[in-house]
Structures are given as structure tokens and as C-alpha cells.
Design a protein around this ligand. Structure first.
Ligand code: MN
Length: 271
């Protein structure tokens, strides 16, 4: 069944992720496979570990690979990409907080656009384990390849692929995940996304406790709580804050969290 694994892994009473319409996906899958203007996205996902989920629309679903280190624009750098369950097309717009359960953490829509296969037969390419394609996103562009490897970590044979940039005008040595870290949907970072939800859910029992991901959660939860509290102060001062009141609130924020503000300013400049 289409999207069976996707559905099995999730409890849609407790995750804000789209449930995905199986009938719709099946209908879409029956249509002649399009080869132009296909949707693609990359979701930056902080869960037990930080990773980037590459999703390519094909036959009514999003084929998905989890890329632990994220894509590299350097043609010499091969990035491990674990093939994971197909996701519904509706997932392509998803950004938000998964409070608990499978994939618990924060999802940011990091890039989106269209992809074009560079082969005539995508099914054959997938079967062979060698899919060449072109991306036209905000951050990722040009020619890429996904190649299946023989073995894989933890004996995950068949699920482990490599994502590699082809040499072209869009290749280069810029570290794209550091250079363009923010959401293409909201322009925010993980803390911004969390602050719009309920950052208090992770004061304890975070999706990752130790290691790099644990440290990231620690910082993000603290900043999200600060942002949320700053918003609260603003809204309780006056029902309709005047420009002056808003200015005062933002000044308070500056004195309170100079580090975060400096960071935000840098982010604004770079985006
Ligand atoms: Mn993921």
C-alpha cells in the first residue's frame, strides 16, 4: 500500500505532521509519471541527531533520504543518504514541532523547488541505484546524483546511498548548510519555529539529551522560551502596542539577550 510505512510509524493524534491521503496518493501514482516541474524539498530536522531530509516527488509521493551531514556543494564530498519511507506530497510544506514519538524534534523547511530527472527511466535508475537529476531550489541548484552503496552502517544494505554534487556552475566550496541555515518558509531558525509552538514541552525530556543534538536542544529551548516570554511581555503591556511600546519591548530584549540579538542581526544581514 502507498504510504503504509509512513502511516505505521506515526500517531496522527500526537504529531502535527500531515496524515497523507492514501486515496489521493494512489490516484496521483496512477497518472503518467511527470518528468518536469516535479517538487523537491529538503527539511532540516533536529531529532535524536541533526540531519537533512531530501525529498523528491515521484509517482504521487515524496521519495525520501535522510542525509546526516546535509548536502555538500563540493563535488569531491560524498554525503551519506539513508533511504527512508516515502512521505506524502503534503509533507513538502511541513515545518513545525513534533512533540514526541517518531521523529520527535523540530522540522524546518530548509529548501524547496523543482527537480528534473536526467534519465529517461526513473524507475530503472532507482532500481539500479544511480539516479542523476537537476535541482532548481533556493539553495540547491544544478546537477546531482544519488548512488546506492553496497553495504551501509548497521548492516543497512540497500538503504544506504551517497548524495554527490556534479561539477557545474552551482558546485563550489561554500558550506551551504552554514551559509544558508534558515527556513525558506518562515525565514526563522529552530528556536523561532519552537517559540511559535510550546517551548515548555521540552524543559525536560528532550528528543536528545547528550551529544551535539542535546546541546543544540538546550540552546534552542532556552532561546525559544526567551522569545516567547518577550512576546508575552509585549502583548500584556498593551492590547495594541504602539510603535513606541514595541520599540521599548525590543530594547528590553536587547539588554536581556545581547548574544541572541547580535546573532539575529547577523542572520538578517546574511539572509
Ligand atoms: Mn527526518
Amino acid at each position: 500500500m502507498v504510504l503504509e510505512k509512513y502511516k505505521q510509524k506515526r500517531n496522527f493524534d500526537s504529531t502535527p505532521e500531515p496524515a497523507g491521503d492514501v486515496t489521493l496518493a494512489t490516484t496521483r501514482a496512477k497518472k503518467r509519471a511527470r518528468t518536469d516541474g516535479l517538487f523537491f524539498c529538503v527539511q532540516k530536522h533536529l531529532a535524536s541527531h541533526l540531519h537533512y531530509d531530501l525529498r523528491l516527488e515521484y509517482k504521487g509521493v515524496l521519495l525520501s533520504w535522510a542525509v546526516p551531514k546535509g548536502p555538500s556543494l563540493d563535488a569531491r564530498t560524498k554525503r551519506l543518504a539513508m533511504h527512508v519511507e516515502d512521505h506524502p506530497i503534503e509533507y513538502g510544506d511541513f515545518e513545525g514541532v513534533i512533540p514526541s514519538g517518531y521523529g520527535a524534534g523540530i522540522v524546518m523547511l530548509w529548501d524547496r523547488g523543482t527537480w528534473t530527472p536526467e534519465v529517461d527511466d526513473v524507475d530503472a535508475a532507482l532500481k539500479k541505484g544511480d539516479l542523476k537529476f537537476t535541482l532548481e531550489g533556493y539553495k540547491l541548484k544544478g546537477s546531482w546524483v544519488l548512488v546506492r552503496t553496497r553495504g551501509g552502517p548497521g548492516g543497512d544494505a540497500g538503504r544506504s546511498w551517497l548524495l554527490i554534487k556534479h561539477r557545474d556552475d552551482w558546485a563550489g566550496d561554500v558550506n551551504i548548510t552554514e551559509f544558508a541555515p534558515l527556513s525558506v518558509k518562515s525565514s526563522g531558525d529552530f528556536a523561532d519555529i519552537l517559540s511559535k509552538g510550546r517551548p515548555e514541552i521540552w524543559i525536560s525530556h528532550r528528543p536528545a539529551q547528550g551529544g551535539e543534538a542535546g546541546a543544540m536542544f538546550q540552546r534552542i529551548v532556552e532561546r525559544a522560551l526567551e522569545m516567547r516570554d518577550a512576546t508575552k511581555t509585549t502583548t500584556t503591556t498593551k492590547t495594541a502596542p504602539t510603535t513606541k511600546a514595541r520599540k521599548a519591548a525590543s530594547t528590553t530584549k536587547v539588554t536581556k539577550t545581547p548574544k541572541a540579538t547580535a546573532k539575529a542581526t547577523r542572520r538578517k544581514r546574511s539572509s
